[in-house]
Design a protein around this ligand. Structure first.
Ligand code: NAP
Length: 274
């Protein structure tokens, strides 16, 4: 299936994984990519880096349903039909869930869940009509287990995984494939752009975004519903799945304080006393 992919819509293309993915889809796959994010200057830089006409950009806030409708309409009309949708835009946060501002929770759900569901529906309608296409949701290893102080984010990735588990059955025989990528931690702007306070600068940066983009591209045209792009991510998912008891004991041994050090000053001392 991957050989027939020539046009892609990639969200969250101004930084991290999305930006790297646009580069690799153009350079390694010769695809024309429709790229979106809020920061137009970043998108313009990316467009200028690539061969002329291979990257087209539209800036906007993906949490806005009106923008999503415009985005999908633009990408379909300009391309003559999008073959590959990558729902990559995402936002993290560091917060004690009990204390978290409901507006922040809503924002995470809008970007990480509602935007993904909405664009996935639009893509299914268009791609099913054409009898072909591929939709990739960028989930996380945190779609499979939880950690403290990122509850709404973890829940949002579980929601995306749930969507894939169900809808893939509805798409059987349609020529449209829906799957999710489950990366572990990788180097990007994710921790510094997280809502509710930046993460610690001492946190390990993780794997290079290039390796995660390569893993996503390797997954194109395959049959699996969930793809872990690196060995490290595969092990991170496998341990809680196959060894739930020892994993639970390990989390209890680590305790929430270990995670607090990681998220820097983003969690209030009131929460830490609990
Ligand atoms: N980094 C990790 O360790 C890690 C691990 C597992 C999974 N993931 C997932 O991987 C995906 C990409 O993350 P990343 O690490 O590459 O993050 P990043 O470097 O922070 O990039 C996030 C991208 O999403 C866009 N975005 C955020 N909010 C948006 C909004 N309201 N409207 C439009 N675009 C928006 C940002 O663009 P603008 O700010 O310009 O709008 C940016 O291009 C996310 O879904 C994340 O959950 C990340």
């Amino acid at each position: 299936m991957s050989r027939t992919l020539s046009t892609a819509l990639v969200t969250g293309a101004s930084a991290g994984l999305g930006r790297e993915l646009v580069r690799q889809l153009v350079r390694d796959r010769g695809m024309t990519v429709y790229a979106t994010a809020r920061r137009l200057d970043r998108l313009d830089e990316l467009m200028a880096e690539m061969p002329e006409g291979k990257v087209k950009v539209l800036d906007g806030d993906i949490s806005d349903p009106g923008f999503r409708a415009r985005l999908w309409g633009w990408a379909e009309a300009e391309s003559g039909g999008i073959d590959l949708l990558v729902n990559n835009a995402g936002v993290g946060h560091y917060a004690d869930f009990g204390e978290q501002d409901p507006a922040e929770v809503r924002r995470i759900v809008e970007v990480n869940v509602m935007a993904v569901f909405d664009l996935t529906q639009r893509a299914i309608q268009a791609m099913r009509g054409r009898g072909r296409g591929e939709i990739v949701e960028v989930s996380s290893v945190l779609g499979t287990f939880g950690i403290p102080y990122s509850a709404a984010y973890v829940a949002s990735k579980h929601a995306v995984d749930g969507l894939v588990k169900s809808v893939r059955h509805e798409l059987r025989g349609s020529g449209v494939r829906l799957w999710a990528l489950r990366p572990g931690r990788f180097a990007s702007e994710f921790r510094t752009s997280s809502l509710g306070g930046r993460g610690s600068d001492h946190a390990k940066p993780g794997e290079p975004a290039e390796a995660i983009a390569q893993g996503l591209i390797r997954g194109l045209g395959g049959r699996r519903a969930f793809v872990t792009p690196t060995l490290q991510a595969a092990l991170t998912v496998a341990v809680p799945h196959w060894l739930p008891g020892p994993f639970e004991a390990f989390m209890a041994w680590l305790g929430p304080k270990r995670f607090m050090r990681e998220v820097g000053g983003a969690i209030s001392s009131k929460s830490s006393a609990a």
